[in-house]
Ligand binder design. Structure first.
Ligand code: LLP
Length: 421
């Protein structure tokens, strides 16, 4: 495993500070575990997409991190959103304004009638439809509301994205989308339905994808279908290729940049005038944050050393769930604690899966402050209160200013919805 402090996921860290704010002071003030985000880094990532000459439509995937302040900052920069539930749509409306649904696409394999109705009532920009049955339900609800529902069919191009099986979504045996071979017929049916308005074709093949070829292959399939639709008088303009661009991590240092990704997609589209839409989540926020945690104890047994820290799998589940790789630095040491002794960095939760890293060469003593890399995406948004642990606080830093964007849970919140009979 490389431990290069120049890695992209450490690029926000400079002299134990992010954007000029010292992390030890933050840990002192807000306690740990604590998520710390760099607004500048998120803005930089957004700019890579927004300033690309061909101007793709960028709909941020809220699931990666739905904090209201982050959504508001994205809306200020004119991003749309990819949502997958009524809850996510409500988050967007809360953060970006009650008329923002029109800049949202509604993805997700299990939209309920209630969710479809709520989205239509709020003037949703597009449903990325997952099945014939869903299309029928959308049409019926649109008829009740006397509107035409904007739709794109999410097609499953049967492409191996070569990522972790849990986050691979574009293969025939995954639960997502309609088989691309069935799409023409379903579009024909939709085109005859006055309660449906066809916008485009959608697709999403997976997440943390680190090769360009699967994206290009997916776009090619989608474009072939769109060309055929247009030839048959079914006008589609938008090709939504989903999200999925991976980020650098200690195991995968050769990851395409956003620029290379867009170059590859637009090369495939050259000569056509489709509007490309994207749903990036991870590539906008993952490398913008660190998770701060303190060493609670050090255990030596059976020839091993365990650094027990105060962050756990309930705060950041990606290692336990997808065997994701993170990197760790000891912020309490000038050399970041890089040494020859190998330790396992583990959380306090009562499962051996609650491990952040195994056999890392890291030196630390009790009370030291550690930083866990790449915590901006699927960190807080997948966190839970397991083991009756309070969810962590989040702070957003920009140009030396610190803003608390989520308070740590209060203990009473752990049981506030429970009924003590
Ligand atoms: N669009 C759709 C329809 C999606 O299902 C997803 C992610 C995205 C966009 C955004 O993908 P991204 O650009 O973030 O890769 N919890 C997992 C990742 C699950 C991704 C699910 N879908 C993890 O922590 O790796």
């Amino acid at each position: 495993m490389k431990t290069d402090i120049q890695a992209d996921y450490w690029s926000i860290l400079s002299q134990n500070s992010i954007d000029g704010v010292r992390l030890d002071n933050l840990a002192e003030e807000y306690s740990t575990p604590l998520y710390v985000y760099s607004e500048n880094k998120i803005a930089e990532n957004i700019d890579f997409y927004k300033n690309y000459p061909s101007h793709p439509t960028v709909n941020y995937a809220v699931k990666a991190n739905g904090n209201l302040s982050l959504l508001a900052m994205m809306a200020e920069r004119n991003l749309g959103f990819d949502i997958v539930s009524e809850g996510e749509l409500r988050r967007v409306l809360q953060a970006a304004g009650s008329d923002y649904a029109k800049k949202c696409v509604f993805s997700g394999v299990g939209k309920t009638n209630q969710e479809i109705r709520f989205a239509l009532e709020n003037d949703i920009g597009c449903f990325n439809v997952e099945s014939r049955g869903e299309l029928q339900r959308i049409s019926q609800i649109a008829a009740q509301l006397n509107v035409a529902a904007p739709i794109a069919l999410r097609v499953n191009p049967d492409i191996d994205a070569k990522t972790h099986p849990y986050i691979s979504t574009g293969m025939r045996d995954n639960k997502f989308g309609v088989a691309i071979t069935d799409a023409m017929e379903i579009y024909r049916q939709a085109a005859r339905d006055k309660n449906l308005q066809i916008i485009g074709v959608a697709c999403h093949i997976g997440s943390q994808i680190t090769e360009l070829a699967p994206f290009v292959a997916a776009l090619r399939s989608v474009k072939i279908l769109a060309d055929e639709l247009n030839r048959n008088g079914i006008v589609v303009k938008h090709l939504d290729i989903g999200g999925g661009l991976g980020v650098e991590n200690p195991d995968e240092r050769e990851v395409p940049t956003i620029r290379q990704y867009l170059d590859a997609l637009y090369a495939e589209l050259s000569g056509s005038d489709y509007q490309l839409a994207l749903e990036p989540g991870r590539s906008l926020v993952a490398n913008s944050a660190l998770l701060l945690t303190r060493v609670v104890g050090i255990k030596r047994q059976s020839g091993k050393t365990f650094l027990v820290v105060d962050a756990a799998m309930n705060d950041f589940v990606r290692v336990a769930m997808y065997q994701a790789k993170v990197d760790i630095r000891n912020l309490s040491r000038a050399d970041y604690g890089i040494c020859d002794e190998e330790v396992d960095v583990v959380g306090p939760v009562c499962e051996s899966g609650d491990t952040f890293i195994k056999a890392m060469k890291l030196q630390a003593k009790v009370g030291d402050l550690l930083a866990i890399s790449g915590a901006g995406a699927y960190g807080i948004s997948m966190s839970s209160q397991y083991n009756a642990r309070r969810r962590a606080a989040e702070v957003l830093l920009a140009d030396g200013a610190t803003r608390l964007i989520r308070k740590r849970d209060e203990y009473a919140q752990l049981w506030e919805n429970e009924i003590n009979l």
